[in-house]
Design a protein around this ligand. Sequence first.
Ligand code: PXP
Length: 255
Amino acid sequence: MRLYVNIDHVATVREARRTDEPDPVRAAILAEAGGAEGITVHLREDRRHIQDRDLRVLMEVVRTGVNLEVAAEKEVVEIAIQARPMQVTLVPEHRQEVTTEGGLDLSSPNTFQRVREASDRLREAGIRVSLFVDPEPEAVEASLRVGAEAVEFHTGEYANARGEAKGRELARLHRAVREGRDGGLGVHAGHGLTYENILPVAALPELEEVNIGHSIISRAILVGMERAVRDMRALLREAPARISEPGTWVPPLGY
Ligand code: PXP
């Protein structure tokens, strides 16, 4: 399973003072040294964390691959085409949100059309397109109609669920992952994944990639970036041996 480290929140700390440190580019280099298979950044329309300069420099420096998250809006899609990242993940974006709140609502004809147009532009430019969607069969089916190469399933509800609901959310995610894989899509997952909740997700055998930001950056503040990434990589490696029945949730002691 590939680990893509989202370094947005390194830029969040920098933007808290509108200065030049900490530099997300240095964070990306250390994340790669810690074993990240790729670097994710979200160029938001309000530029609240990652800036255009960050993307330009990252494209020169990152040796693994850059997964660029953008809204299906002309301005940022054109920037993505100029930057030529390895992959673009199209995400919904609302100005007031603290973070991305849900997957793309492809059941809305308006959103579907905007996503399809953005996806066509990117794919014509030779860029692999992934869509951030909820783990639902309808979203998989709509992503196939858009013509995307991959989907990233929103794991926020899994992350927030407690007790038995955790098991239901994990089973829902697993079903969607299988449906995506069976449809020929690359299958990724992300949002709200932490050192505490990653094991059952990392044990899903069909899942190819996880995108993790806040939890890794939070640990990196305390122990350093390279070690924080190494710790997460170790959990991804151990997961299949530690979870005997993939897709089932066994609450840890004291949960
Ligand atoms: N995947 C997508 C599409 C996201 O928008 C985000 C948050 O920016 C993440 C993954 C990472 O989420 P988290 O920071 O909770 O790990």
